[in-house]
Design a protein around this ligand. Sequence first.
Ligand SMILES: Nc1nc2c(ncn2[C@@H]2O[C@H](COP(=O)(O)OP(=O)(O)OP(=O)(O)O)[C@@H](O)[C@H]2O)c(=O)[nH]1
Ligand SMILES: [Mg+2]
Length: 546
Amino acid sequence: MGVAFSSLWSSLFGSKELKICILGLDNAGKTTLMYKMTLGSVVSTAPTVGSNTEQFEYKNLKFMLWDVGGQTSLRTSWTSYLASTDAVIFVLDSNDRERVNLARDELHRIGQDEQVLKAPILVWANKQDIKGAMTPAEISESLALTAFRERTWQIFGCSALTGKGLTEGLDWLAHTLGAKARKGWAVGKGSERGGERRLHSSKKNPSQGLPKKPCSRTNTSDTTGALGSMSEPVDAAPHESRPEQPEVEATISTLLAQNRRTATAFTVTKHSNDAAKNWDKFYKNHADKFFKDRHWTSREFGSAVASTSNKPEDDRGEETELVSADVAGQGSAVLLEVGCGVGNMLYPLLEANEALRVHCCDFSQRAVDMVRSHPRYDAARVNAFVFDLTSSQPSLASFLRTEPYNAWPAPTTVSLIFVLSAIPPHLHLEVLKSLADLLAANPGGGHILFRDYAYGDLSQVRYHTKKDAAWAEPSLLSDEPGQNWYRRGDNTFNYFFQPHELDALAGKLGLQGEAHLLRRTAVNRKSEVNMQRRFVQAKWFVPPRT
Ligand SMILES: Nc1nc2c(ncn2[C@@H]2O[C@H](COP(=O)(O)OP(=O)(O)OP(=O)(O)O)[C@@H](O)[C@H]2O)c(=O)[nH]1
Ligand SMILES: [Mg+2]
């Protein structure tokens, strides 16, 4: 297509964004396709819970792409995305022979929706790179595409992995929408949306080709509201916790119900015994990176993933603020930071609170060594020691009484941030009790500040949807109902809490305060596009022992 032709598109559409809904069964490759189009690369995906949106320019046309999750429980919400849709892209896994009839039913259901009766349908028979894939002709027949007599539709084979077939499909879409616009508006009939489109010419940047950089992106679990209005794309508002949505909850439960083989008792015992060793290895592997550029971990800590900016992965800004807010009012406060790792929260805290002194511990010797060898380490303000929270001898209190730190006032705040999830669940009560006992000895008691992974977090969903989840050594460590306990690839533990579990633990220990669930959506451009994050947070008051 030449420059003159591109200008024609511009003159037809001006700067109007065309809304395209990308639909299809789960696992069809919709998200992979969308990011291949917009970023030009293959990203690692997890099932979409809700939708992703991307602005995209192709041959001088501006598209707003809506990639909507295809899990069973989400399909009923598809129609709520269809308002003012200019075209539908329906994506199919060409190897999913078993579900081709289901795909046909879903496509026809959507095709008959009056909101899209005039919208052209592009069917992408995806995953053609896999040997034995059904051909577009076979799929066309199975989908009964010829039944769409009055409709404009076309099917193309493609592969989101290689990018083959994408240009052909997009060219067809651009032509079709262009022809529609000429027919509808150039002859003065007005558009099907009451003439809201204006004809104006723009000769700027007659650029062509695939891919173009996206102008913006959002990822949201918002499956209702604002969905039809393209002038107001949903804002991810990453730091806001989102309200509960039944479709999203149902989808998460469905995903977590699959691939539920559990590890053997032997494996669980082995990893429990090796816990300190495994964490030591973790810090060994990430040590260099930490000191070079602070991108020391690929772990998904709360603040890093909740941010759309390019913050370093280890930035614990939000957690640091949480703790700062508690200790700030205490004058020369003393904090006990349990599970300090290599000091990612410690050093920003010390900087922000000049009078603060911190006892901090981790059960990885290597992590503690790194805290001590940090350029800003100051022994007058930091007592860093190795401690295993799950063993009672020697006691935690004895480390706080070592010289010269026995001269400090007793800590009145304990932070326990992304720590309990690394400990086997049968020990959670005991660990929390030992911390509560410490604070209860103070005349005014104290606070435990808690944050950790919550049930339904993206990282939990991934354990059940990874390609190899069905045959690899299971990550799931417990089949007890309500126990969401896993092992990561490096054999460290990962537990996902429900607020009521924590409330029950706190209740047993007489702690005051409730656990809250934080539902977040965010985009991490580097690693994942599909971030449904869930954290649980509590500020417990430990009353003094009477
Ligand atoms: N071989 C091959 N695999 C693909 C292709 N496109 C996607 N995949 C893989 O298919 C799986 C599912 O892809 P997604 O893009 O997450 O599927 P989806 O349609 O968005 O799924 P939901 O979000 O659950 O609706 C991923 O493992 C992709 O890597 C392709 O063209 N070829
Ligand atoms: Mg998806």
